[in-house]
Design a protein around this ligand. Sequence first.
Ligand code: GLN
Ligand code: ZN
Length: 759
Amino acid sequence: MTLVTNLGFPRMGARRELKQALETFWRDPSTRESLLATARDLRIRHWRLQQDAGANVVPSNDFSLYDHVLDTAFLVDAIPERYRSLADADALDGYFAMARGVQRDGVDVHAMEMTKWFDTNYHYIVPELHAGQDFRLRHEGPVDTFLEAKAHGFDARPVLLGPVSFLLLAKTTDGSDTLDLLERLLPAYARLLARLAEAGAEWVQIDEPCLVLDLPAGADEAYRQAYARLAAGTHPKILLATYFGAPGDNLALTHELPVDGLHVDLVRAPGQLDHVLAALPADRILSLGLVDGRNVWRADLDIALKHARHAWEVLGKHRVWLAPSCSLLHVPVDASLEKSLPGDVGSWLAFARQKIEELRVVMDVCKGLVTACPALDDARERIAARRASLRVHRPEVASRLKAVTAKNAQRESAFPARQSAQQARLRLPLYPTTTIGSFPQTHEVREARAMVKSGKLSQADYDTFLAEQTAHCVRFQEEIGIDVLVHGEFERNDMVEYFGEQLDGFVFTRHGWVQSYGSRCVKPPIIYGDVQRPAPMTVRWSSYAQSLTSRPMKGMLTGPVTVLQWSFVRDDQPREATCRQLALALRDEVLDLEAAGIGVIQIDEPALREGLPLRRKDWASYLAWAVESFRLTAAGVADATQIHTHMCYSEFNDIIEAVAAMDADVISIETSRSRMELLDAFVKFRYPNDIGPGVYDIHSPRVPDVAEMVGLLEKASDVLKPEQIWVNPDCGLKTRGWPETRAALVALVEAARHLRAQA
Ligand code: GLN
Ligand code: ZN
């Protein structure tokens, strides 16, 4: 029988109840019972919500108190030694110690590493393994939650992260290959599957998203070995879930594995359906990922219907299930809570709940359960309204984009000529000092922003407050002798939101939170329509700051790729088209800053790297439009105007060519923690323009002294030309307090002077 199923549900709750409960517990361990009760309530509430929305089968074990990869590591006892006694004494304490580190009662252990889950903004905890280690099934949580669902009357399908993806996402501390551990790991999985079967689970969903990647050597053999082993023991039927792309060249391997069903993502990779159908082994179930688990838009149900009907024809009704493309972890809970969005934008949105309702409609229509389907008519009307909306399509944006030529993305002269023009204008010393933009966002700054938002502070008083903060920041930088100043970004809540709020084409939800890591949630802006800049966005504060000093003031913008990457993006045109629109809007801002006398402009692109596609073969085309968008933003200025960019959290080796093609006059990067290792890529490439390798790790309250920064700068000077080097922190200072900022920047200026004296 065809079923509506789901692969995973957001955990936090529509009002972020889990966040609240977690943070309360971390502050006050006596609230443990209430944390566990909140978690249980959320699980049950979400099962009910999914069932009411139309799901026949709901996921279990998709819930997590922190992260599902950490859960898996804990479950199979992959607990690094430094946490073991904590975990043995108290499982929950040990678990959170792995996630967050602990510093209490003489115990001081740092947290495990965290990294991005594929190309999402969700971060998982990286399992830490070593050669020859043992695994065992440490507890039976997945069985318990399956039984919990059953006790409440829900037909649940437990979700597990598959053993091969688990190992591929893990790292070893000794440089050995994680896949070497497969043989040792499998008994824990086999035992768990047997226990789930005994508990009455008919199906289990095993996620193997790594099947959509370019697999490393040995991985295909690992897949064969793993699933042969799991199929040999007692087990529920296995649904092998792939998502975030197509298995592609791994499809034959995927079909080879002895499982009972396969899930495929038809949103990211609609073209794969025929290939999958052509070779799907007989009797295997196919779960169709029909609605987008990664984005907030209502689906075009006619496309979903087409896929579903096609699969029905080929496989028969009993072999087809309907599902979202991937877990709904990456979208907010319920779009019906958004009551104050402009125009009809709200009616175009589908969050987790609406996505399951959409699948139900597809099912009902497909089955012929309904002849006239008002829900389908309604969905079609909304799609048609969105397609035709004048809020979405602004002819002037389209015609402006059409008129863009290659010349628009090209600076007037090559770097050497620009460099002398800029030097003539700016007259900077060797080893010039600057910062990345933000200064401490103190409690006072955040409070004033909250007050003006809630109406407790007038706009005029807020502006006065911001002017004072800015003036204080400028004075401070002058006093300690920074060469290129910044205004401090006190007026900005967030580096993307600040711009989104001032651009046409964006909306902001009230409850559209998604989990970023642990209890941390983000509320990404939604780009729903053509982007345009109705008025200058930053000129006022930058020119005010410039008016306070005779030193160069750096204008500060977030680049088009980063705005794109940290938003929910419209799905009715290619991402690159939206990115170019952003670029043109930001280009206007760059030119207005220049016209206002700002001679140095920084365009931050910290998210450039994280936009890289999952498959190597797709990198070049992404990098081409990403770089072009940056250039389009920057290239309108005269030679004497200096363009900076800033990128953090980044490895550069495999993208250095693209970074060089951005052709910023100066790039600042994060290098202090790697002790300048991240510079290697620039050195090898003979990167020609200026570089500011960070000498102050702003992620830590620790203040480096002059000698330490001199040491780092000497290392940089060994491999770069001194005329190329800027002196700056790793990133913005917004999370730091004033005392450490002051101390660190004084030392930073001193270090630069030291280097100048030596040169
Ligand atoms: N200009 C921004 C700041 O200083 C850059 C932030 C970032 O790179 N993430 O805060
Ligand atoms: Zn940064």
